[in-house]
Design a protein around this ligand. Structure first.
Ligand code: CO
Length: 336
């Protein structure tokens, strides 16, 4: 079954790896930066030290390849975000600021003022002043929003520095896309891509809770437009558990929040990379039909191709809701 809608499709969750970045140790200082092992004109491997991290293809850096895939998949607009392995939040802020400048400028060469692409920058989030400055510089240069990792070491999204940055994003009207990264590892998680299959949803779940129970949504203006990747991780499915705990173990759970978690579901967006029609329906029922936006994780293999299939071919949605998910909600997230 395919929806009968003519709505444009906006994919808010795609990634870029620009080609031809300089030697990062020489340009930014520090050592053990990711590097690109170029295997052919169309294929490369992101390396961390001597370890292959992720194979990448020309879709990561070639605008024409991306545009051809979008045409084939029926996607009209892509938000183009960094790949989190380059965030450098664990490094000295000056190094992370330097790598952000390099990648943000290279990303604009990929997107090149083409209206099909909406570039999002990265920032040195461990230093709020530097993060605000790089956001401002990037917005002036052509970026339209920012992607952040969901934590900085042991600091989550309720960290005072992060809250300062989010307040700045609200002030300048920059949409924020939150991506899980830097997942815990260990023998139990180093098999079967478990860090991606269970770690990423848990990371996102924890960071949504941090914004709620850490009182962030009570402190930042409701003009902040923020979206969590991968359907909000496991947060939406377990919202009832969080509410129950907030009421029954409030002594431990409430933190700085003014209201139970379900009160805040109209304060953020989530994307649709959940694959199953019933899972997407749960997002719409739990968070609201105005809070879900198409995302695909293009061009990576754990993403959905074609983007938005779970929206377009979902028998549990009507066309009115489908149109909101395909583009209407994304235009609001992007401030269009
Ligand atoms: Co992603």
């Amino acid at each position: 079954m395919t929806g009968g809608t003519d709505s444009p499709v906006v994919d808010v969750h795609t990634h870029v790896v620009p080609h031809g970045w300089p030697d990062l140790a020489a340009s930014c200082g520090g050592s053990e930066w990711p590097w690109l092992r170029v295997d052919s004109e169309r294929d490369a491997m992101i390396m961390v030290g001597d370890t292959p991290f992720r194979p990448v293809g020309a879709a990561c850096w070639d605008r024409d390849v991306r545009a051809a895939d979008m045409a084939a998949d029926g996607v009209d607009v892509q938000v183009v975000s960094p790949t989190p392995v380059f965030f450098g939040y664990e490094r000295p802020a000056a190094q992370a600021a330097a790598v952000a400048r390099i990648f943000n400028d290279l990303t604009l060469k990929v997107t090149a003022d083409d209206p099909r692409f909406v570039p999002f920058c990265q920032v040195p989030l461990q230093d709020p002043d530097a993060a605000c400055a790089e956001l401002d510089r990037s917005l002036a240069a052509g970026h339209r929003g920012v992607e952040i990792g969901n934590h900085i070491g042991d600091r989550d999204l309720d960290d005072e520095g992060v809250v300062t940055f989010l307040q700045h994003c609200a002030h300048v009207g920059a949409p924020v896309f939150v991506h899980p990264w830097d997942m815990p590892d260990g023998p139990r998680l180093d098999r079967w891509m478990a860090r991606w299959l269970t770690g990423m949803p848990a990371e996102t779940h924890l960071s949504v809770l941090a914004m709620i129970l850490g009182g962030v949504f009570d402190r930042v203006p409701d003009s902040l437009r923020i979206c969590f990747a991968h359907g909000g991780g496991s947060f939406p499915f377990w919202l009832g558990r969080s509410d129950n705990a907030w009421h029954r173990r409030g002594d431990l759970v409430r933190g700085r929040s003014q209201h139970p978690p379900s009160h805040y579901t109209n304060r953020f967006f989530v994307d649709t990379v959940v694959f199953e029609p019933a899972a997407l329906r749960l997002l719409v029922d739990t968070l609201g039909e105005d809070r879900v936006v198409v995302g695909s994780d293009y061009p990576y293999p754990l993403g959905e191709r074609p983007a938005g299939t779970v929206v377009r071919d979902n028998p549990l949605l009507d066309d009115r809701v489908r149109d909101k998910l395909l583009s209407g909600n994304a235009f609001r997230f992007l401030g269009r």
